[in-house]
Each structure stands twice: as structure tokens, then as C-alpha cells.
Design a protein around this ligand. Structure first.
Ligand code: AMP
Ligand code: MG
Length: 346
């Protein structure tokens, strides 16, 4: 299959109209959102949704998020809209927050992987909204990468994984948030299943106490049931070993410097994903400053891009652990998973 690429800015009208038709006819379109690039199909067509799983090599038990272009569309997808959902939608939609609730009959099992609940989000990106409107149906979309690899934050990342496997890529430039949406279930106690740009602190201001699933920062024990199927699967892994050093900035940097030297002595090539605060610690080493520890959103925005930049280029990628407050929770969740929970604390 030949993948057609449209520039979402210069070819705005024809690109989204054409891509909307492709979706309606059962095809696959990668498109930009404010979080990462999504790989979309008609969310009401089970056969079209199956193609997403094939193109990504995604495990069939990992459900998808339905993307809508207006808040009221959620009514058709859920059994009803609970009060706390209404308040969250008013506060954060359009935006990087996915809400899970009991599904309605029109949602195909292929979207929910057989679960009785469905995840829904209204994205904020213009191109994403224009595409959903052009398609005229909710768009089911996971991240537009081969399953297991870092999520794509540019159209080039998408093409590297998906060229020849999908019908269309809409190129809208780099994504702003850089990590996937916050996933919050509203079945039972509101619980974050995946942290993202909308933080626990922000959610609690609107609906009061919000739990964080323990699996966000810890590996699941052997045989432990996953509150969200995505937690079971390998994620975000570049073609290099990823090692995280935790502790104060100084401590993390000194652990990295020591281990870097050991790896190099063994003939392994390394890079450090450093921060503004620790730049001076890595003088003379191969390092890549990806953001500011005091503004974790800057680290989120760059993480996947940095993992892809160094994937296959070095043997070891070192990174610093940061505080889990605010967007730090999303950063640590993605980084720990990318490392397979390989953490050094001394
Ligand atoms: P992705 O599409 O790659 O951004 O992943 C979507 C995430 O949301 C995965 O971690 C899924 O397991 C999770 N998810 C989607 N729908 C549900 C659901 N109904 N219940 C629990 N988790 C879900
Ligand atoms: Mg994904």
C-alpha cells in the first residue's frame, strides 16, 4: 500500500476532507493531536478498527480511545454521562484528558477489546478536530507507532514506523504535549490509569480526591490483574538499553557519570538525557539536554523524540528521575516503562 502524506497547513482543506473520506471508507489515517500522533479508523466500524491492530502489531486485548469533535457526542458512546464527567469535560475538553465510563451498544467490541467500558476524548488540535468532523464518525485511535516503540511526536516518526502500512499521514508538525493523554476511569472511585498533561492536581481541583493506580509507577506483579490492559504490555522502548538514575539532581548525575564510565570501559556507547540543572555535570560526555527539572512539561514534550533520536545510535541511554509532582508523574511513568523499570538509586 502506498501511504499518501499531506501537509495539514498548506493542504488543509483537501488533506482533511480526503482523509475524512478515507476514514469513512474503512481506511487508516495518522493525524496530529496536541499529545502525540494518532492512528485513526472509523470507531463505529469493527472491521476498520481491526486494521489498526494489524498495522501496529498491537495486542488485541488493548482497547482504543474514541476521539470526538464535540462534547455532546459522548452521550451516544456511554450508557449515560455521570456528573463528575460533565464537570471534567467542562474544565478540560478539548484537551489531553481521556475519560472511561460504561459503553453504549453502538461501540464495537473491537474498540474496547471486549470490555464493558469505553475511553473517550475530545482533542484540542485543529487538524484532529477537522478530521473528526470531516469523517463524521468518532475516530478510534491509539498512538501511530509500531506497538512497543516510543510514541510519535512528528510526522517523520510516524512515517518511520508506518510508511506502506496505512493510507494517509496528515503532517501537522511537532506535537505540543509530547506524551499521551491522561486516562481517568470514572467507574468506581475516579482513578488515573495513565498520567498525562492534565495532572492529578488539576483533576482534584474539579472533582475532589483522585486515586493513582499503583501500576503507574510500578511493574505489575506476575499474574496481577491490570486495571488497564495497556499496563501489561511492553512500551516506549527504543533500540537501546535505558537506565534511570534517581535521587537529587546531583546524586542522579553522579550515578550516571559513574555508570557511563563503566559502560564505556566495556566498549558500549552511551548518551545522557540531561536537564538544564545538571548540564555542567556531563562536560566531556555525550549528552542531550531535553528540558528543565522545574518544568516537567518540557521534559514530557521531548522524551519520546529524544528516545527515537538515540534509538539504534547508542547502546545505553541514561536519564535522570525527577519528582512525581504535576507533569513529573507522566514523565516518570513513560521513562520507567521505557527502561523496563531499570532504576539505579546508588
Ligand atoms: P493508546 O491508544 O496507545 O494511547 O492507549 C490507550 C490506553 O488507554 C491504553 O493503556 C489502554 O489500555 C487504555 N484504555 C483504553 N480503553 C480502556 C478501558 N475501557 N479500560 C481501561 N483502560 C483503557
Ligand atoms: Mg500507544
Amino acid at each position: 500500500m502506498e501511504t499518501e502524506i499531506f501537509n495539514a497547513k498548506t493542504q488543509k482543506e483537501n488533506g482533511t476532507q480526503y482523509a475524512g473520506r478515507v476514514i469513512r471508507q474503512g481506511g487508516l489515517v495518522a493525524f496530529p493531536t496536541e499529545t502525540v500522533y494518532g492512528l485513526g479508523a472509523n470507531g463505529l466500524d469493527g472491521e476498520a478498527v481491526k486494521r489498526i491492530f494489524e498495522a501496529k502489531g498491537r495486542p488485541a486485548d488493548n482497547p482504543l480511545i474514541l476521539h470526538i469533535a464535540k462534547k455532546s457526542d459522548v452521550k451516544e458512546l456511554w450508557s449515560h454521562v455521570p456528573d463528575n464527567a460533565k464537570r471534567l469535560m467542562d474544565a478540560f475538553w478539548p484537551g489531553p484528558l481521556t475519560l472511561i465510563f460504561v459503553k453504549s451498544d453502538i461501540v464495537p467490541d473491537e474498540v474496547t477489546a471486549g470490555l464493558s467500558t469505553v475511553a473517550v476524548r475530545m482533542p484540542e488540535h485543529r487538524t484532529a478536530l477537522a478530521l473528526i468532523r470531516a469523517a463524521g464518525v468518532p475516530i478510534a485511535a491509539p498512538s501511530a507507532n509500531i506497538s512497543g516503540r516510543p510514541s510519535p511526536t512528528t510526522a517523520e516518526h510516524v512515517a518511520a514506523d508506518m510508511d506502506g502500512r496505512i493510507d494517509v499521514i496528515l503532517d501537522g508538525g511537532p506535537c505540543e504535549v509530547g506524551v499521551e493523554s491522561t486516562v481517568l476511569t470514572l467507574v468506581g472511585k475516579p482513578t488515573i490509569l495513565r498520567p498525562g498533561g492534565i495532572t492529578r492536581e488539576m483533576l482534584e481541583q474539579v472533582i475532589g480526591e483522585v486515586e493513582v493506580s499503583p501500576a503507574v509507577l510500578h511493574p505489575l506483579a506476575e499474574g496481577e490483574p491490570a486495571p488497564s490492559p495497556g499496563m501489561k504490555h511492553k512500551h516506549y522502548a527504543p533500540d537501546a538499553e535505558v537506565i534511570v538514575a534517581v535521587g537529587s539532581p546531583r546524586r542522579a548525575a553522579s550515578i550516571i557519570c559513574r555508570e557511563y564510565e563503566i559502560e564505556e570501559a566495556m566498549g558500549r556507547t552511551c548518551v545522557v538525557l540531561g536537564t538544564e540543572q545538571t548540564r555542567a555535570c556531563y562536560r566531556g560526555m555525550n549528552y542531550d539536554i531535553i528540558g528543565d527539572r522545574d518544568e516537567p512539561a518540557t521534559l514530557c514534550a521531548e522524551l519520546f523524540s529524544a528516545l527515537r533520536r538515540w534509538s539504534g545510535k547508542v547502546d545505553v541511554i541514561f536519564a535522570e528521575g525527577i519528582s512525581e509532582a504535576d507533569q513529573g508523574l507522566a514523565y516518570m511513568n513513560r521513562l520507567l516503562r521505557a527502561s523496563g523499570f531499570t532504576v539505579l538509586d546508588k
